[in-house]
Ligand binder design. Sequence first.
Ligand code: ADP
Ligand code: ZN
Length: 267
Amino acid sequence: MSVKNDRASWLHAGDARCSIPPAVPRKIYRPILLGAPGVGKGTQGDLICARLGTCHLSTGDIFRAAKCSGERERSPALALALVFMRHGDLVPDTTVLNIVRERERCLRCRGGFLLDGFPRTIAQADALGILLEHNKLKLDAVIDYELPLEKIIARLAGRRTCPDCKTTFHVTDRPPREENICDECGGKLFQREDDQPEAILIRMAAYKASTQPLIEYYRRRNLLITVATADTPEETYQRTLAQLQTLPSPATTAAASQFPPSGRPPG
Ligand code: ADP
Ligand code: ZN
């Protein structure tokens, strides 16, 4: 099964509609993806969402979408976020939380959700806990991807992104068929500003200081799953899936609108 969701309601808030089709009887997942920049969260996020039908809620994608939109369409909160993002710094918690709260209903997506890049700090995790409780939703798991630092840096520095369809390539590991041209849509590939060497160092430092503590935070809540990234995205996906499937099965064949209790018992 492959569900391609345009995520307009997540990327642009307002009254845009989610294109996830009506829930089919199947398990509905609600995990978070953790892991340092460059471990391949985005790629895994795409695979998980396409195959499990969850809605891909990436905060980084909101900021990138804002970057592409005209300056006048940006809310002040988004304009401020872009200044931090450009340097590789974390966007301040209050800004991120305002942006996520504006999109709160995406958490209730009938396809379930996959949070990617949020939460990134303890304060964000606490706020998310309150939002979920308020919506009577529970997390299934927090997936932490592991990869040695030198590999992370090589991955980020070689990454090239399509501005139009967001597909990512890698100069050596996943080169496009034609140099600098997107295989999917013909877009002209570029290097993200925050994939430049100086920004990579800042992002790694921000990750260590702010996000790494979340590993312990979720381990204590008995939600942590650790996946060592494999050589291919497919292999990593299979490892992730295997772990997700060992979770106690929540009653998730019903429509998400009924907020079935999901996730592990509190640890
Ligand atoms: P990466 O490619 O580093 O995994 P993302 O695509 O998730 O990063 O996010 C890109 C940038 O957007 C981050 O470096 C940061 O500036 C900003 N950002 C995204 N999500 C958050 C968040 N939850 N809190 C603070 N800043 C964020
Ligand atoms: Zn493209």
